[in-house]
Write a protein that binds this ligand. Sequence first.
Ligand code: PEP
Ligand code: MN
Length: 337
Amino acid sequence: MVVMKTDAKPKQVAAVRVITEPGLSAQAMPESSPAKIREELVGLPTSVSRSNQTRIPEPYKLIARKRHPENSVVSVDDVKIGDSELTIIVALSNIESREKAFCIAETLHRSGAQFLHYSAVKPPGSPFALKSKEQEALKLGAEIKAQFGLKIVVEVVDEATVDIAERYSDIIQIGGRNMQNFSLLRRAGRSHVPVILKRAVGATVDDWLLAAEYILVGGNARVVLCERGIRTFNEYTHATLDLASIPCVRRVSHLPILVDPSHSTGTAFMVAPLACAAIAAGAHGLLVEVNNEPNSSSADALGALTLKQYQQMISTVRAIHHTVSNGCRQSRALSAF
Ligand code: PEP
Ligand code: MN
């Protein structure tokens, strides 16, 4: 631990040489005291360890609201995730033609969506399913971005896919199945692009927040969480969207949180009601799957809305967002954070 004087200038702090062998990194902890840091790292303050009491250390450091009382806002050029603006990411589960992709992108852009998501570099869930045409999809994404200004979100699954996605996307996404892929989390921590970290179906809120902590510890503070349902015994949905995780996360952490009602339910008729509920519960935005071929066999087409259904949903969601934002400004009682 290197302790600096309270009046040390940023230049003096930056001049401290730290050991940066693989696996080691330095973490500046302003506004803390050596005793407090020791206590947080070891979990046993001297006064307590002398007696027979046990103390459970706080599991969170960098993601904790306690340390960073203001909401974190993740900026992607002119778009901000986590502030008063509603974030809309639309996932296109099948792009059959260039013309169709451009037509859908134009409608999405007009609806106020800021991000387009696709899984160009992600292998399909089954080894026997068709893999997406990586290069073509990435090129198309770049063209759509140039024409409509929609930012691109690409899902990554390992270090090699991060290398590719970083070049073509504005945000990388770590899906539920990779939430505890620690080498991927470390690689995302070294990335210069923001990261969406989805919750795994079998993960507690703590597992999820600790996975986010891995990315922040690596040096990348631009992390956005995404709730996408957990495994329960409700057999009517693919997974059960855990709406309670929204106020929990917002109370414990300063990171923005999005909700994905498509991949969680896997059922189109549940998407709009849950999207509305998520925004009412304090989510900063949505990730929604859109597919104009509802009978398509693509796995992600489950839980996808047609363009028309999406447009109807978005206007209701915006009205709810407006009411909730005004309500929160007027009454602290409405907000758990
Ligand atoms: C996706 O967002 O395309 C996806 C597959 O999501 P998840 O990781 O939540 O299943
Ligand atoms: Mn998808």
